[in-house]
Design a protein around this ligand. Structure first.
Ligand SMILES: Cc1ncc(C[n+]2csc(CCOP(=O)(O)OP(=O)(O)O)c2C)c(N)n1
Ligand SMILES: [Mg+2]
Length: 374
C-alpha cells in the first residue's frame, strides 16, 4: 500500500474510515493499485459479493421448501465479509462467528459442501452440526461454535501457539456487536495484548444481536475505541465500503504478522432476521432497514464505483447473474444427491465399541422403523 493510503487509515477515528461515498465516489485521491488491487481483483470482489447475496436467497429458499431446517442470512454484510476475507493471506487462519458466508466463498469453500452442510448431508460430520456451521481444515477455517464469543479466546490460544512455535502465521477472528459484550471478548483481548498474539479481531457491528440493539451492548462511543484499554490499535471502518474493509484488513494483517494484535470494527447492517427462528419486524423499525438498503447497500456502492472506473456495464451484470444462478443451482442439485444420515448414526461414535445395551436400543428402533415402513 502506498504511503498516502496508509496515512488515510488511522486508528481511533470519530468517523468510520471510508474510501467511497454512498454513491461510489472516491473520497480522497487514490487508485485501486494504491491498496494493491487490480481491475481483475475489483471484478472478483464484486462477483463474490453478488454470489454471497444470491447464496442467501437459495439458503432461505431451501428452508422454505423444507430441504433445510435452519438458515442464517448474511445479506447487507457482503462487503464486510467478502472484502475482509479477500485480505486474509492464504496460509493464515480464520475463526468465523456465524455470519461470515462471504469469507467462506472468497476463500474457495466449495458451494456443494456449503449446501450439503445446510441440508444435513451424511458426509459433513454426519450432520451433527447446526446448518450454516461450516468449517474446513484444509482451508484453515475453524468450525463455528454456537456459543457467542467462544471463538475469541480459542483464536488467541492458537495465536499463542503460533508464537511458541515461532511460525509466521496470523489469525482473523470474527465476532458480532453482541459478542463484544461477552466476557470472552475481554479475556481474549486482554491475553492478545499481553502476549502480543498475531490476531486480527474483526467485529461485524450490524446494529443488532437478535432483538437487542447496540445501545444495550456498549456504553462507549464505539467498539473500536475499546482497543486502547488492551494496548492495541482499533480501527473504526465503514463495513459496507468494500475498499475500506479490504485496505484496513490488509493493514491489520501486516501488523498481526509483526505481533501487533488489532481490533477492527466494521459498521454494517443485517437486512434479514437474525435467523429463520426469528422475525425482525417484531422489534425493528422498517425505516431503519430501508435507510440502510437505500443509502449504504454494499453491492450498489461497489457497482457505482466500478461504473466510474469504466469496468462495469449492464451486459456483464446480466452475465454474472446468469452464471451465479447456474453455479448455485448446480451445487444444490449435487448436494441433494448426497445421502442423509441414517437413524443408526444417532447411536454411533459415543463408544469405540458399541455396548450391548445401546446396540439393543438401536436394533429396537430400526426394527420399529422397518415395521412402520419409515
Ligand atoms: C453464549 C450465548 N448466548 C446466547 C446465544 C444465542 N444467540 C445466538 S446469536 C446471538 C446474537 C449474536 O449477536 P451478534 O454477536 O451481534 O451477532 P449477529 O447475530 O448480529 O451477527 C445470540 C444471543 C448463544 N448462541 N450463545
Ligand atoms: Mg450483531
Amino acid at each position: 500500500m502506498t504511503e498516502k493510503t496508509l496515512n488515510y487509515i488511522q486508528p481511533f477515528t470519530d468517523e468510520p474510515i471510508r474510501f467511497i461515498s454512498s454513491e461510489g465516489e472516491p473520497l480522497f485521491d487514490f487508485t485501486p493499485e494504491d491498496i494493491g488491487l487490480t481491475e481483475e481483483d475489483l471484478k472478483t470482489l464484486y462477483y463474490y459479493m453478488k454470489l454471497t447475496r444470491a447464496f442467501d436467497r437459495k439458503g432461505m429458499f431451501l428452508t422454505r421448501s423444507g430441504k433445510a431446517l435452519f438458515y442464517v442470512e448474511v445479506a447487507g454484510q457482503e462487503a464486510a465479509t467478502v472484502a475482509s476475507g479477500y485480505a486474509v493471506p492464504e496460509n493464515d487462519w480464520i475463526f468465523p462467528a456465524h455470519r461470515e458466508h462471504g469469507v467462506y466463498l472468497v476463500r474457495g469453500y466449495p458451494l456443494v459442501e456449503m449446501f450439503a452442510q445446510v441440508m444435513g448431508r451424511m458426509e459433513v460430520n454426519k450432520a451433527r452440526q447446526m446448518p450454516v456451521h461450516w468449517g474446513m481444515r484444509k482451508l484453515r477455517i475453524i468450525t463455528i461454535s454456537s456459543p457467542v464469543g467462544n471463538q475469541l479466546p480459542q483464536a488467541v490460544g492458537i495465536g499463542m501457539a503460533i508464537n511458541y512455535l515461532k511460525k509466521d502465521e496470523a489469525i482473523i477472528v470474527y465476532v458480532g456487536d453482541g459478542g463484544t459484550a461477552e466476557g470472552d471478548f475481554h479475556s481474549a483481548l486482554t491475553m492478545a495484548g499481553v502476549f502480543k498474539t498475531p490476531v486480527v479481531f474483526f467485529v461485524q457491528n450490524n446494529h443488532w444481536a437478535i432483538s437487542v440493539p447496540v445501545k444495550r451492548q456498549y456504553a462507549s462511543k464505539n467498539i473500536a475505541i475499546k482497543a486502547i484499554a488492551y494496548g492495541m490499535e482499533g480501527y473504526y471502518v465503514d463495513g459496507n465500503d468494500f475498499l475500506a474493509v479490504y485496505a484496513t484488513t490488509k493493514l491489520a494483517f501486516e501488523k498481526a504478522h509483526n505481533k501487533e494484535p488489532v481490533l477492527i470494527e466494521a459498521l454494517t447492517y443485517r437486512y434479514g432476521s437474525h435467523s429463520t427462528a426469528d422475525q425482525a419486524d417484531r422489534y425493528r423499525d422498517p425505516r431503519e432497514l430501508e435507510y440502510w438498503q437505500k443509502t449504504w447497500d454494499p453491492i450498489k456502492r461497489a457497482r457505482l464505483y466500478l461504473q466510474r472506473l469504466g469496468i462495469w456495464n449492464e451486459e456483464w451484470e446480466k452475465e454474472l447473474d446468469e452464471q451465479i444462478e447456474e453455479e448455485l443451482n448446480k451445487a444444490i442439485d449435487e448436494a441433494e444427491k448426497r445421502p442423509l444420515p441414517g437413524p443408526e448414526t444417532t447411536f454411533e461414535d459415543v463408544y469405540a465399541q458399541m455396548p450391548w445395551h445401546i446396540k439393543e436400543e438401536m436394533d429396537e428402533l430400526l426394527r420399529e422403523l422397518k415395521e412402520k415402513g419409515a
